[in-house]
Design a protein around this ligand. Structure first.
Ligand code: ADP
Ligand code: ZN
Length: 294
């Protein structure tokens, strides 16, 4: 049986076909332009692939409330051409197969919990630190949705006393994304993250903000594992810094076997950058079995 997977990003759309075992058989990457230009190309890719269902991990915010009239639509994105766009409906009509839908970060979380380092866990989070910051949450063995989906990247954070940067988020200034996403690093330090690799103070401050948010996620969600990916985390020197600061910020309040082994608690993704597309594949598989049950 073959399933389609779409990782819908703000700069590119990764389309793939894979099996129930999570094996990716074929993939292409198509630039994200406007829906009018991009969507027919995506549809054409999937149309002759004989897929049983399609799963989409999408940039957000998105409407995940199945009772809502705009379920499966992209919501208040700054990418204006995509605002309000019914991405799910387009594929449902065009392909006539079940379409599973979730955020990109929930998709990555699902990839890791199905085939990666969070396999078998009940509660875990997946954080991406890139152009923005996103947080996918697995709680009680399921992706957490609530009203729509968590927006952990916008957790409000006070600036460190020695940091006078105003923050880049247009809605909050000082939220995790506004203080610590790639564009905030670039604006604060006047150079892209890749050019700042040997500036220790950059990664020390970055690790401080990540640790601050992660400590709060730990208190609220009690995750058994925390996976941190995205372009900025290619600065791998941050992992030991983040683990150390989280331990300090927890203040000895929690004692668990997971927290005793920080190296296996706060970790990079385990699926070699395929966690998003594999998660989308699983979203398609889950939607198909739900449709068969009902
Ligand atoms: P996106 O979030 O758009 O899907 P990425 O996860 O690759 O894409 O994140 C892009 C951001 O990460 C950019 O702001 C870029 O400057 C930053 N980035 C990419 N690679 C590195 C690196 N090696 N070190 C630090 N920052 C990086
Ligand atoms: Zn924000």
């Amino acid at each position: 049986m073959r399933f389609g997977a779409l990782e819908a990003g703000g700069t590119k759309m990764v389309c793939a076909v894979g099996t129930e075992e999570g094996r990716i058989l074929d993939r292409v990457s198509i630039p994200t332009e406007t829906p009018e230009i991009t969507m027919p190309k995506l549809l054409a890719y999937f149309q002759d692939k004989d897929i049983e269902a399609l799963g989409i991990g999408c940039f957000g915010p998105v409407d995940l409330d199945r009772k809502s009239e705009t379920y499966g639509h992209i919501m208040m994105t700054p990418k204006l051409a995509w605002r309000g766009y019914d991405i799910c409906g387009y594929f449902r009509e065009g392909l006539n197969v079940p379409v599973g839908f979730d955020t990109d970060v929930n998709g990555s979380m699902l990839g890791e919990s199905t085939w990666g380092c969070a396999k078998g866990l009940d509660t875990a989070i997946y954080i991406t630190v890139g152009t923005g910051v996103g947080v996918g949450v697995l709680a009680g063995g399921k992706l957490l949705h609530g009203m729509q989906h968590p927006e952990g990247g916008h957790m409000l954070i006070p600036a460190r006393k020695d940091d006078s940067y105003k923050g880049k988020c247009p809605s909050h200034g000082h939220c995790l994304e506004g203080l610590a996403a790639g564009p905030a690093i670039e604006e604060r330090w006047g150079a892209k993250g890749t050019a700042l690799a040997d500036r220790q103070e950059v990664w020390e401050l970055e690790a401080y903000y990540l640790a601050y948010a992660i400590t709060n996620y730990i208190f609220v969600l009690s995750p058994q594992k925390i996976i941190v990916g995205g372009g900025v985390m290619h600065q791998e020197q941050m992992f030991p810094l983040v683990r150390k600061k989280v331990t300090e910020m927890l203040g000895g309040y929690l004692k668990t076997k997971e927290l005793e082994n920080m190296e296996s608690y706060i970790v990079p993704p385990s699926l070699h950058d395929d966690q998003g597309i594999m998660g989308a594949l699983k979203l398609g598989m889950e939607e198909r079995s739900q449709c068969q049950d009902s």
